[in-house]
Design a binder for this molecule. Structure first.
Ligand code: IPD
Ligand code: CA
Ligand code: CA
Length: 282
């Protein structure tokens, strides 16, 4: 495994920033002016011309600087040299459903994994003009000011956030039971519709914890670094080490981590909501 100096990581962070800002500028330009909104397959899983144009802008920055790196981008899939130790995980528009409805929670998210470990992350929320950045060992910032997770240490006093994957109508493991259970035990559970924004908000202390399943590496790679560098804790639901490819993540301010993990392990699925195929009815 290769070690990188702070200066090397800073260079990656600066390029990731350039890329996320380029993506965000495209999202700003298309905001309110969408012409083509298509479903990718599952109900609610949308793609717009803004997703594609933002991805083109981000890829242009990354490939100009690092033509030899590997890329996993939501709309283009796997690109570049698959033997490279560097993998850029890119979500040009995280929160497409929000964006298509002009609900203002979305971002361009750019993460860099080195030897499979997220080490650099930038999340740019152009609507609120917030730029979240972090690199391993270099700390985390929002608009260049250091950020920190909250200090809430009781679930009953916490505000959480979660989300529902596009396969929610096809599986009993759809997070509905967990959402109800934790709504009952806390001051509230929000659903922003953008996993990257959720992680950024854990990092800066606006919410105390976040969990979700059915996620892709491009949804969470950048946010993982930003939460870690802000003093947060990230694991699987049961507290075991996080496996990004599992799509399942528990991210907290660290203080409520074990209680939230315990509660998640006690939940049994709510039956009656699963249906075959892409049915919209219960
Ligand atoms: C989605 C958002 C949402 C999460 C979904 C993701 P997209 O990403 O992050 O919050 O609940 O699982 O797929 O499709 O808007 O890029
Ligand atoms: Ca996403
Ligand atoms: Ca997306």
């Amino acid at each position: 495994m290769s070690n990188h100096t702070p200066d090397q990581l800073q260079i990656f962070l600066d390029i990731a920033t350039e890329a996320a800002l380029a993506g965000g500028a495209v999202l700003q330009a298309y905001w309110g002016n969408l012409e083509a909104v298509q479903e990718k397959g599952r109900p609610g899983d949308l793609v717009t011309e803004a997703d594609k144009a933002a991805e083109t802008a981000i890829l242009a920055v990354i490939t100009r600087h690092f033509p030899e790196h590997q890329i996993l981008a939501e709309e283009s899939g796997q690109l570049g040299d698959t033997t490279s130790e560097y993998l850029w995980a890119i979500d040009p528009l995280d929160g497409t459903t929000n964006y298509a409805h002009q609900y203002p929670f979305f971002s361009s998210s750019v993460g860099l994994l080195i030897d499979g470990i997220p080490q650099v992350g930038v999340i740019y929320d152009p609507f609120h003009n917030e730029l979240f950045r972090a690199a391993k060992g270099l700390g985390s910032t929002c608009n260049r000011r250091p950020i920190r997770v909250s200090k809430t240490d009781q679930l009953s006093k916490s505000l959480l956030v979660s989300g529902f994957a596009y396969d929610r109508r096809e599986t009993i493991d759809n997070n509905y039971a967990e959402f109800c259970h934790l709504t009952h035990l806390t001051q509230g559970v929000r659903r922003s519709g953008s996993a990257s924004i959720d992680l950024a908000h854990v990092a800066c202390g606006r919410v105390d914890g976040y969990w979700e399943r059915g996620l892709q590496p491009w949804d969470i790679a950048a946010g993982i670094v930003i939460v870690e560098e802000s003093g947060g804790k990230l694991t699987a639901y049961d507290g075991s080490p996080l496996v990004i490819s599992s799509g399942r993540i528990l991210a907290t301010n660290s203080y409520i981590h074990s209680s939230l993990s315990q509660e998640l392990s006690q939940v049994t699925p709510l039956s009656g909501w699963e249906s075959a195929g892409n049915q919209l009815t219960r």
